[in-house]
Design a protein around this ligand. Structure first.
Ligand code: ADP
Ligand code: MG
Length: 588
């Protein structure tokens, strides 16, 4: 065994780099700290410029109260803050910063320049820090406010550089962060530029829906439901997605607590719980919610990056969030009428439907669907449907078409009972397998009579750009046509009936995934999206030959039981089950 090295106090520079690691993990964390400082300074306008995904430059300029020249060297010192004086203050914090660590941390892992001029002063000052050392302070004539410039982030911590993700990912983190803060502070004018391109520009007029439109699309902004609830000293505002607008992960769920962006799994759980039974299994809601509570009800000093908080009464916050969200959701969402109980239990022609007990189509569905949740509003919804009774393994047997119900479902008879088929999901499956097969050869493409230009929001344009080669394979002919504009020359034949702009939007819809998946997966996802748009819709009348053809095509599929997104295409009611339901046979 080698002798242990003797214990030494670390050189100050090493110690501060270690401490910096907790606050400054990636470019987006620098943006967050600087943005919070600008907000704490009471800025009405904040302009952020980023280049090289934040590795080369991050600059945040504000018109806030500024820093007096004499205090400038202190601002970049560790544990130097103007926002806190005693430990008691920690329990009633009204500012975003309070640890006095951010500028010191950033300064130890970059080349930092802080230029500031307090309102009313003629002359301001500029301070330069390199690797934690103050290099110079000099007087300068600048407008009131503060400009913090961070260059060559992590230039002296190569290990940290290696942990950064691809530029697209780091850039997206910054975009997401700034957009969310802009939403949280709609009275502040926020601008974000990435490599000279404007990604976000808010008006500062307090209109949150306008910012949402920039963040997603005008269409999604229109669909988002407003939440605005007050229970005593608990206040919840913001937006939640309607049940029809979901994501495959939790990334589009954002919470602010007292103006601070936080990650809190309990708040997220409360939100998801509020959607209980209203969403498909594996789908997550979108939401941007702002919780406000008395300062003393929240402990914000839990995490160096201030990304977590602790509530004095977590149970109450959980219940309040869940209740408020559920209320807004139900106020805007008609109770879904595709629950298993009603497909057959309440035919439109029956007049005494209300008096009948709800009917469950199988024991397994009953178990999975009717969990005794804590919610007073439990309704069997589409979320319960995937728990369909087991089908015999493998493909579907030959089916005899009986007809179409509600212009949405096909009824068919098989050797072992009845099959209900969701025409949209089934068609999606059929198109998906067809397109995946064609992909090996050539996907049918249809040239537009006249090429059309389509303009996309900046973020989506960037995402589309990465996918151009794949799109070509899928039958799109799209070329970049300056800034956020693309020119479409041809579409896959399957999408030929859509407007080119709608067809392109289909592709970028779900691109906001963080990591680019494997090429093959990405391809399947894009194809899945195309098929979703191209498939017949629920509510669309199909002629008997069309119904017949859909059934035959589905039988020929390799995985006929689910749509490409994993929803069931069919529900099977076995003869055995029917007999038991009609009381011809006792329950097993
Ligand atoms: P904290 O925000 O926790 O106080 P920081 O290291 O982020 O710590 O900032 C240190 C101090 O520098 C702040 O307390 C504040 O007085 C001053 N400061 C930083 N950024 C700005 C700004 N944009 N405008 C005015 N003052 C600022
Ligand atoms: Mg700060």
């Amino acid at each position: 065994m080698t002798a242990p090295a003797s214990i030494r106090v670390l050189p100050i520079q090493v110690a501060s780099q270690i401490a910096a690691g907790e606050v400054v993990e990636r470019p987006a964390s620098v943006v967050k700290e600087l943005l919070e400082n600008a907000l704490d300074a009471g800025a009405a306008q904040i302009s952020i410029s980023v280049s090289g995904a934040g590795r080369r430059l991050i600059e945040v300029a504000d018109d806030g109260h500024g820093i007096p020249a004499a205090e400038l060297p202190l601002a970049v010192e560790r544990h130097a803050t103007s926002k806190l004086t005693s430990a008691e203050d920690l329990f009633a914090i009204h500012s975003l910063g309070f640890r006095g660590e951010a500028l010191a941390s950033i300064g130890s892992v970059s080349r930092l320049t802080v230029t500031s001029c307090p309102a009313g002063e003629v002359l301001g000052a500029r301070l330069q820090v390199e690797a934690g050392q103050v290099e110079s302070v000099e007087p300068v004539g600048v407008p009131p406010g503060t400009v913090v410039r961070v260059e060559d982030l992590f230039y002296n911590v190569p290990a940290r550089l290696k942990f950064l993700k691809k530029d697209v990912t780091e850039r997206r983190q910054i975009d997401n962060l700034v957009t969310r803060y802009a939403l949280a502070y709609p009275q502040v004018r926020v601008q974000l530029f990435q490599d000279g391109k404007a990604v976000l520009q808010t008006a500062g007029n307090g209109n949150r829906r306008e910012i949402l439109a920039n963040m997603y699309s005008p269409e999604i902004a229109r669909q988002m439901l407003a939440v605005d609830t007050i229970y005593d000293d608990f206040n919840l505002t913001g937006f939640i997605g309607p049940t029809g607008l979901t994501r495959a992960n939790r990334r589009e769920i954002t919470f602010f607590v007292n103006g601070r962006s936080v990650q809190d799994s309990a708040l997220t759980a409360a939100l998801i719980q509020a959607y209980h039974t209203l969403l498909m299994v594996g789908r997550f809601p979108m939401a941007v919610l702002f919780v406000s509570l008395p300062a003393e009800a929240v402990d914000v000093n839990v995490h160096p990056a201030k990304a977590e908080v602790r509530f004095r009464d977590p149970g109450r916050v959980f219940a309040d969030v869940q209740r408020a969200v559920r209320r807004s959701l139900l106020a805007h969402t008609p109770v879904p009428d595709i629950d298993a109980g009603r497909v057959w239990g309440q035919p439109a022609w029956s007049s005494d439907v209300e008096s009948r007990p709800p009917w469950t189509y199988s024991e397994s569905a009953g178990k999975a669907g009717a969990q005794a949740g804590p919610l007073p509003f439990h309704t069997a919804g589409p979320g319960d449907v995937p728990a369909q009774p087991e089908l015999p393994a493998g493909r579907v047997p030959l089916l005899r078409l009986v007809g179409q119900v509600a212009n949405s479902y096909l009824i068919a008879e098989g050797p072992d009972g009845l099959y209900l088929i969701d025409q949209h999901a089934a068609h999606e499956r059929v198109l998906f397998e067809r397109m995946m097969k064609q992909r090996a050869g050539e996907i049918a493409s249809q040239a537009l009579l006249e090429p059309e230009t389509v303009e996309l929001p900046v973020q989506q344009a960037g995402l589309l750009e990465d996918q151009l080669p794949l799109l070509l394979q899928l039958g799109f002919q799209v070329e970049h046509f300056g800034r956020q504009t693309y020119r479409v020359r041809a579409l896959p034949a399957l999408l030929a009936h859509l407007a080119p702009s709608a067809a392109l939007r289909v592709l970028v819809e779900d691109f906001e995934e963080d990591e680019t998946p494997l090429q093959a997966e990405e391809e399947a996802r894009v194809i899945g999206r195309v098929c979703k748009r191209a498939a017949v819709k629920a509510g669309q009348v199909l002629s008997p030959p069309e119904q017949q053809a859909l059934l035959r095509d589905l039988e020929a599929c390799r995985s006929p039981r689910t749509c490409p997104h994993g929803r069931p295409t069919m529900i099977h009611l076995s003869v055995d089950l029917l007999e038991r339901q009609f009381g011809r046979r006792g329950p097993r």
